[in-house]
Design a protein. Structure first.
Length: 229
């Protein structure tokens, strides 16, 4: 019995050491990946990586990790002469293959959500235009136009859609005061706009867009997503 108790103690101690070493390896790997994530043509404010699954060391030995959660904040990119900032993007990546020497990683599949704040969407719109949440899945766009020397301010409720799977389009449902000749065209030139959404890791694609009180949410999904390199 004494020998059995000693054996059990040894097993518990070794198990505890293995868990401690495994968790330390996870922490180190997360820090390394956070420092290596790059997005072509974009700058990233901060990254946060969480490696899932246990034990991690056996996954590492097999050069494949089951799941990694990634959060990127402050992704900025430029298209059409205007900068667009994605406030944050959260993505769950699955079946991540590690390259030789662990210098890069590619996820077999991924899904997540990107959020663009209304402040950042305003900066991407026409000059002098403000964008905010309009309720019921719409955005409210306000701009001022000049009619016969008189400034006229108009607010419109607009629908946000995806064009070509990579461009955000804001289009007013209706322009109030349309009885004034030429007013609708002037207002739409201010309030209607399109902006390409870039700055996502290679392999991720935009799937669905939905304005919310917090910002414009975009569902993203993809295959062969490059996580680091």
């Amino acid at each position: 019995m004494r020998a059995l108790r000693v054996l059990l103690v040894v097993v518990v101690v070794l198990g505890g050491l293995f868990v401690a070493v495994d968790r330390a390896a996870v922490y180190f790997a997360e820090s390394e990946v956070e420092g290596r994530i790059r997005v072509e043509g974009a700058s990233i404010g901060s990254t946060d990586v969480s490696i899932k699954g246990f034990p991690f060391l056996t996954q590492l030995a097999g050069s494949q990790v089951d799941e990694v959660d990634v959060e990127l904040s402050g992704i900025e990119t430029e298209a059409g002469g205007r900068r667009l900032r994605i406030s944050r993007m959260n993505a769950a990546l699955h079946e991540i293959r590690l390259t030789s020497g662990y210098t890069g990683a590619t996820a077999a599949r991924a899904d997540g959500t990107a959020v663009i704040s209304y402040e950042d969407l305003t900066k991407a719109a026409s000059d002098g235009v403000a964008v905010e949440y309009g309720g019921n899945g719409k955005v409210k766009v306000t701009g001022t136009v000049d009619v016969l020397g008189q400034p006229i301010s108009r607010s419109v409720l607009s629908t946000v859609t995806l064009v070509g799977g990579h461009t955000l389009k804001v289009h007013a449902d209706k322009v109030p005061g349309g009885g004034i000749p030429g007013l609708e065209g002037l207002v739409r030139r201010k309030t209607d706009f399109q902006q390409e959404v870039g700055g996502l890791p290679s392999g991720l694609k935009l799937q669905k867009i939905q304005p919310t009180a917090e910002g414009v949410e975009i569902a993203v999904t993809g295959t062969d997503v490059e996580l680091a390199g």
